[in-house]
Write a protein that binds this ligand. Sequence first.
Ligand SMILES: NC(=O)c1ccc[n+]([C@@H]2O[C@H](COP(=O)([O-])OP(=O)(O)OC[C@H]3O[C@@H](n4cnc5c(N)ncnc54)[C@H](OP(=O)(O)O)[C@@H]3O)[C@@H](O)[C@H]2O)c1
Length: 349
Amino acid sequence: MEGKKSPGGAASPALAGGGDGGGDGGGDGGDSRACVSDHKYNSLSQFLSRSFTITTVPFYLSKFIETLSHTQDKAKKNKNKMSKYNKLQGTRVLVIGGTSGIGYAVAEAALESGATVYVSSSSQAKVDAAVARLREHAEVVQREPLAADGRACDLGNVAAAEANLVSLLGWATDGRSSLLDHVVFTAGDALDRTPLGEATGEGILAGFHVRVVAAVLLAKLLPQFAARSNRTSYTLTGGSLTARPAPGLGLVTGIGAAVEGYARGLAVDLRPIRVNVVQAGAVRTPLLGDNPEVLARFARDTITGTVGRPEEIAEAYLYLMKDSFITAAVIESSGGRTVGASQEVSEFN
Ligand SMILES: NC(=O)c1ccc[n+]([C@@H]2O[C@H](COP(=O)([O-])OP(=O)(O)OC[C@H]3O[C@@H](n4cnc5c(N)ncnc54)[C@H](OP(=O)(O)O)[C@@H]3O)[C@@H](O)[C@H]2O)c1
C-alpha cells in the first residue's frame, strides 16, 4: 500500500503505517488532512509525531525544550527548598573582635554560609591580616573576595567607644543604606588576673570596659544600624566560669555574669531584634595561650576531655543567628565543664 503524499510529496511513515486511524476514513488520498490538523490532534507535538519524517525533528526539539523547562522549574523549586535552612545566605554580618580566636572563626563560618562579613578590632594591622585570611578562605569556598572586609575600632577607652562604634557601624552599613542582619561581639582585652586581695575599684571597672560597657553601647546603637526583625540578632560572649567559678578568678567571673544579665535585659529592650549569649569554655585561642600544661589542665576540666577549637564554638554563634525564635538565651559550648570533668567521668567507665 502506498503511503499518502504530503504536500511536498514525501511519504509520511505515520500515515503510511496506518497510525491510529486518526483520519476520518474517507477521502481519496487527499492531502489537506495531512496538512492542517487542528481538529484531529490535540497538540502540535501530537500532530508532529504523526506527521512527516521532516517534522520528527521539531517534535524531538519541542520534547527537549519541554523537558528542559520542566527541569529548570524543578531546579527553581529545589533551590527554594534548599534555602529553607541556608539562612545566612545573602546576610550582612559584623563581628566585633573578629580578627582573632573565636570571633575570627565566627566570621569565617558566616562567610562560608553565604554572608558578607565585616570584622573589627582595635589594631588595624590585625584587621588587615584577618581580612586577607578571610579573602583567601573566600576563594576556597568559591565566594567573592569582597565578601569580607574589616575596619579598626578601639573599644578600650570608654569615653571614645560610642563615637568609634558609630563610625564603624556607619561604615559597615554603607551609611545605613544596607542594614546589618547579625552582629556578634567577641572583643575582649587581656583578662585581669589580680587576686581579690589586691583588687582596686579602677581595676575592677577596667575589666568591664570592652566586654560590657562597649557591648551595651553597641546595643544602644543597634536599632539605627540593624534590620528591625526577629531574624536580626546580636550575640554576646560570656564564659563558663559564670556557671562554674574557678579559684582565684572571682573578678573575671563577674564580667561574664554581667554580660548574661545585660543580654536578658537587652533582649527585651531591643525586640524584635534578638539578643543571646554564648557561654564559652576553654577554647584554644591567643587569649588562652599555648602552654601545653595549662591546656592539658583545661582539657581535664571538661567531660569531653578536650580544649575547644574556635571552629567548634563558632557553630553556637551560627545557630543563634539562624534560629529566629531564640532570644534572651545563654547557650554553652564548654565540653560540659559546668557539669563535670573528664577525670570524674573516667572513674565510672
Ligand atoms: N578562649 C577562651 O578560652 C575563652 C573562654 C571564655 C570566654 N572567652 C571570651 O571570648 C571572647 C573572645 O576571646 P578569644 O579567646 O577569641 O580571644 P582573642 O583571640 O584574644 O580575641 C579577642 C579579640 O578582641 C579584640 N580586642 C581586644 N581588645 C580590644 C579593644 N580594646 N577594642 C576592640 N577589640 C579588641 C582583639 O583584637 P585587637 O587585639 O586587634 O584589639 C581580638 O580580635 C573574650 O571576651 C573572652 O574573654 C574566651
